[in-house]
Design a protein around this ligand. Structure first.
Ligand code: GDP
Length: 531
């Protein structure tokens, strides 16, 4: 039994795919499923693609919300591994959801468009990975098209993101002439045959780089160029160091084209070999070993109204240790209360299924009757383990929000509270003013529209919204903090977060600096760590 449990833990690989919109995250996810045998023909994960469109589409999707669009994990087996791809929303306005999902992942795959390089959203998502110290693997995508020089891209990773990089493979033929990749570890060359527009698995010829066959396949010039580049790479770069990869200090880089499937399999196989199974996680009781028999997990995401017919909320649990079994009793550590996990569900590629058992690295969803908060820990025995909290990420847009009809104030407050518990918005109050004036902060503006829509549909409250000019937020930490004595600039505003911690909103970075200078003993943080 124990042997089987350990085997299940060790074969798990749970990761998230991150990218700036349009770099190819959806396409790569789809291709990984194709190679994993989870789907027959690529192109069937359409509903996920719909996720990233405008809010009107989001609402339309919401109306008929089937699980296919809100699936939370894509699980499949490949070469003996059990892979969990943690799903993240396509639209960047919902990236807060992605940040939290990264808290539940053991590693991340960063997709970069070879023509665009490191983009804005990539930088933000990268910072979250970096904060967690998880391994980050880079897939440079769209090599079938003209792009930046591969050497330049490597340079960009280092200069823009500040992470060392090591090309695991090297593209052969760029600018619309992508033929294959050279595997640096195996000194092997892999030349792909044209597939059926990337719908099915692509065939390839693999062999020693010096083999004459490749001179014929690639042509004298391309082969010669490759040999020169290999020499350059071997002479110039750092050595490969798996330890650094696992600490998130070095990113292995793969070149490929998700659309044509070129380079997808070599990437997947090499990635799976290098990335980690579930690792020990920090808690108030020190590190918790995933292979311990005590079931533990934490809630990283709450989603309301998965099924519009009955207004339910689903709390998603990342299992950190022990074996999960359907119907088991666990301790809800924050409430110090025993609860039964009766209707656990796993949200797989296309549908939801009741899970009988699950292991560290897996994600399960349980019905939430309003008892869960993001960051809550569940634990089988009475050890009262509490995992490190999920940080609150900095919103970038703010608005004052009122109920149009003051008679509906109660529902309004309830709706705002529930939606904020899901982490879809953050709510602030003015000190000394209280709930009479609420300020809502969001990471992406579409979240405002979703808030408006949901308050109307789910709580029957119409709202008025007045957008505010603030763009930055800082949590203030200071001994003996005093609202009256804290010195602000004209264009900044002090508010309180849900936990009544002082928070300052700013219009620009210049005023952050000013306020820092004027309040030297205060520490200003752009992320609020929950303890
Ligand atoms: P996401 O926003 O990161 O999920 O990006 P998608 O996977 O939806 O891809 C955005 C666009 O880029 C789509 O039109 C894809 O067909 C296209 N695309 C994705 N991968 C490739 C690729 O390898 N080569 C080319 N030429 N286009 C690609």
């Amino acid at each position: 039994m124990q042997e089987q449990f350990l085997q299940q833990v060790r074969r798990r690989r749970s990761f998230a795919i991150i990218s700036h919109p349009d770099a190819g995250k959806t396409t790569l996810t789809e291709k990984l499923l194709l190679y994993g045998g989870a789907i027959r023909l690529a192109g069937s994960v359409k509903s996920r693609r719909a996720q990233k469109h405008a809010v009107s589409d989001w609402m339309e999707i919401e109306k008929q919300r089937g699980i296919s669009v809100t699936s939370s994990v894509l699980q499949f087996d490949y070469n003996g591994y059990c892979i969990n791809i943690l799903d993240t929303p396509g639209h960047q306005d919902f990236s807060e959801d992605t940040y939290r999902t990264l808290m539940a992942a053991d590693s991340a795959v960063m997709v970069i468009d070879c023509a665009k390089g490191v983009e804005e959203q990539t930088k933000k998502l990268f910072r979250v990975c970096k904060m967690r110290g998880i391994p980050i693997f880079t897939f440079v995508n769209k090599l079938d098209r003209a792009g930046k020089d591969p050497f330049e891209l490597m340079e960009e990773l280092e200069s823009v993101l500040g992470i060392q990089s090591y090309p695991m493979n090297w593209p052969i033929g760029t600018d619309g002439n992508f033929k294959g990749v050279y595997n640096r570890i195996k000194s092997q060359i892999e030349v792909f045959n044209e597939g059926k527009h990337g719908q099915s698995i692509v065939e390839s010829v693999i062999g020693d780089v010096k083999d004459e066959v490749f001179k014929d396949l690639l042509g004298e010039n391309l082969h010669h160029q490759l040999m020169e580049e290999i020499e350059l790479l071997d002479g110039a770069g750092d050595d490969f160091n798996l330890n650094k990869v696992l600490k998130g200090e070095l990113t292995p880089v793969f070149f490929g084209s998700a659309m044509t499937n070129f380079g997808v399999r070599p990437f997947l196989e090499s990635f799976l070999e290098m990335t980690t199974p579930p690792m020990a996680r920090m808690s108030n009781r020190g590190e918790i070993d995933p292979e311990s028999n005590n079931f533990t997990g934490f809630i990283f995401k709450i989603q309301a109204n998965m099924n519009p017919a009955h207004r339910d909320r689903i709390a998603f649990i990342r299992i950190c240790s022990g074996k999960f079994e359907k119907g088991m009793n666990v301790n809800h550590v924050r409430l110090n209360k025993a609860i039964k996990l009766a209707q656990p569900q796993q949200f797989l590629a296309q549908d939801r299924a009741v899970v009988e058992e699950a292991y560290p690295g897996d994600i399960i969803g349980v019905h939430d009757p309003g008892i869960f908060n993001i960051g809550d820990t569940l634990c089988q025995d009475n050890s009262k383990i509490q995992y490190e909290g999920i940080p609150v990420f900095a919103p970038e847009h703010f608005a004052r929000v009122y109920a149009k009809d003051s008679m509906k104030r109660k529902q309004f407050i309830k709706g705002i509270e529930q939606i904020s518990e899901e982490g879809a918005i953050q709510v602030y109050k003015r000190p000394f003013v209280g709930v009479e004036e609420l300020i809502v902060g969001v990471v992406g503006v579409l979240q405002f529209e979703v808030l408006q829509y949901r308050l109307e549909k789910e709580y029957g409250v119409e709202i008025k919204m007045q957008t505010l000019p603030y763009r930055f937020i800082r949590w203030v930490e200071q001994d003996n903090f005093d609202y009256d004595r804290f010195s602000l600039t004209m264009d900044s505003l002090i508010v309180q977060d849900k936990e009544e911690k002082p928070v300052v909103l700013f219009e620009n970075e210049w005023s952050i600096q000013k306020v820092e200078e004027r309040n030297k003993s205060a520490i200003m943080r752009s992320i609020s760590r929950k303890d």
